[in-house]
Structure formats: structure tokens, C-alpha cells
Design a protein. Structure first.
Length: 127
């Protein structure tokens, strides 16, 4: 959380991507980026880069499958049932504190999965 560049890079994922709710949940999207950052390697190491790409794709797919199985969808609108494109809906969503119940559960699930993946690989999560 100390790297403001990463925090700002995550802003577009609130409410889907750019509030386009037919897009995946921002937590899922951000987790895929975290996986890419976690397993990155120099592209000059062709064999290592291929292995890293396969690892990232494997864990991203596993994450999406687990999230969808747990919550029934990965899209923002499917998860929340609120259409932010309608005037006043986002404000009602914030005031209702639904985000605190639902979105925080989604984030917690994502974080736990990322640590679970690290445990599988016997690594410590560092970015």
C-alpha cells in the first residue's frame, strides 16, 4: 500500500473497469495483475518468461474459477445486481453500505486465494 503508483493503477477497477459493470469485478482484475507482477521475469530469458506466462495464466484461471464458483459470477453487475449507469444508483449503493458487506468479502476472498497460491508454490508473496 506504500506504492502510490499501484494504488492509482487500481482506481479504474472500482465498479468493474471504468464503472462498466459488465466487466469483471475490479478485485478479480486487480488480482490478475498482481499475479503478473508476482511471477514476472525478464523477457530476455525466453524459457523463464514462457514458464512465468504459463504460471500466471494457470493461477489467473484458477482464481476466476474459484471466484465464480464461490459467488456465482465475476461481473460487477452480476455480483451486485445494481446498474451504476442509472442515475443515482451508485450513490444509493455507497449509502446502503452494500459495498462493505459484499465488496469487502470479494476482496477478502481474493487476498486469501493469492496467499493460498503462494502456499502451493512454497513462496512468500512479495510485490
Amino acid at each position: 500500500m506504500e506504492n502510490e503508483d499501484l494504488l492509482w493503477a487500481g482506481i479504474p477497477f472500482m465498479g468493474g473497469i471504468g464503472s462498466q459493470q459488465q466487466a469483471p469485478c475490479g478485485a478479480v482484475t486487480a488480482a490478475a495483475i498482481v499475479l503478473g507482477l508476482r511471477y514476472r521475469c525478464s523477457l530476455s530469458d525466453r524459457a523463464g518468461a514462457k514458464k512465468a506466462r504459463n504460471t500466471v495464466r494457470y493461477y489467473a484461471g484458477k482464481l476466476v474459477d474459484a471466484f465464480s464458483l464461490e459467488f456465482g459470477d465475476i461481473t460487477c453487475i452480476g455480483l451486485l445486481g445494481i446498474d451504476f449507469s442509472k442515475q443515482g444508483e451508485y450513490k444509493k449503493f455507497i449509502q446502503s453500505l452494500m459495498w462493505k458487506d459484499k465488496c469487502e468479502r470479494y476482496l477478502q476472498f481474493i487476498i486469501e486465494k493469492l496467499y493460498e497460491f503462494e502456499d502451493e508454490r512454497g513462496n512468500i508473496l512479495t510485490i
